[in-house]
Design a protein around this ligand. Structure first.
Ligand code: HEM
Length: 233
């Protein structure tokens, strides 16, 4: 190609194209091996795992923003009968710019995540994708599903409303009644006082569960890559 033509082509590229070329020439991203998606796996039911992953990312981003203002404390706000936990949620809803939007996104995307994880599990089951050699990935998936439900359970208590306390009392009662593991699980989750329970639920919801989920997710994706997507029915 003549020099004139090369200059002409460069001029036609948008600044975004040039930025991408700059990044790519240094990262060699486009040199990564390409994976062709088999035609049967372009069916939308094969996107359900990916949608679950997307909602997990939304949960992470909106959760971090909520954590800037949320207070996991049962101290009373001076001159009121409200706990700091509850009033920090009211503050997010009424005072923080886009706070109500971010909290709603967190709540809707939590429901979406549970719903699509369940549908994804059905897809995997009804296409027989849990069979050898994918049994271990099925088990990793089941654990991811259980962590997803525990995210919901621990997050629901955080605003410390009558309804959230009631639901948690029932859930903890069920956990404590498990034969063998019940007592130890109950005491790990609830501690001694209500303030302990709230702090522990907050730690599980924002640190322990996300870390466990992220590690298992890496394993889940590694195994999908290793085995390739299961064949057509
Ligand atoms: C909760 C979070 C989960 C995320 C983010 C997730 C994500 C994914 C993604 C992106 C894939 C590849 C594409 C697809 O098939 O959709 C996949 C495959 C798979 N998932 Fe999940 N998954 C989750 C939960 C589960 C659950 C609950 C199960 C089953 C109990 C499960 C079992 C599997 C299996 C066996 C495969 C391989 C399927 C095949 O090769 O056809 N996953 N997962």
């Amino acid at each position: 190609m003549g020099v004139q033509k090369q200059v002409e082509r460069k001029r036609k590229q948008s600044p975004l194209d040039r930025l991408w070329q700059w990044v790519d020439s240094r990262s060699k991203l486009t040199k990564l091996p390409r994976v062709d998606v088999p035609i049967h796996a372009t069916n939308p039911i094969y996107c359900l795992g990916g949608i679950t992953f997307l909602s997990f990312i939304i949960q992470g981003v909106t959760g971090m923003l909520l954590a800037v203002y949320y207070k996991p404390s049962l101290e009373m706000v001076a001159g009121t009968t409200q706990t700091e936990a509850y009033s920090s949620v009211v503050f997010i809803m009424e005072e923080v710019r886009y706070g109500a939007l971010i909290r709603s996104l967190h709540a809707y995307s939590a429901n979406l995540m549970i719903f699509t994880a369940l549908l994804h599990m059905f897809r995997v089951f009804f296409t027989g994708s849990y069979k050898a050699p994918r049994e271990l990935n099925w088990m990793a998936g089941l654990t991811l599903g259980m962590i997803t439900l525990t995210f919901g359970f621990t997050g629901y208590l955080l605003p410390w409303t009558d309804m959230s306390k009631g639901a948690t009392t029932i859930g903890l009662g069920m956990a404590k009644s498990l034969p063998g593991l019940g007592d130890i699980m109950g005491s790990i989750l609830s501690g001694v006082t209500d303030a302990d329970t709230l702090k522990r639920f907050f730690a599980f919801h924002t640190l322990i569960l996300p870390a466990a989920f992220a590690m298992l997710l890496l394993l889940h994706f590694y195994m999908v890559k290793k085995h390739g997507i299961s064949g057509p029915l």
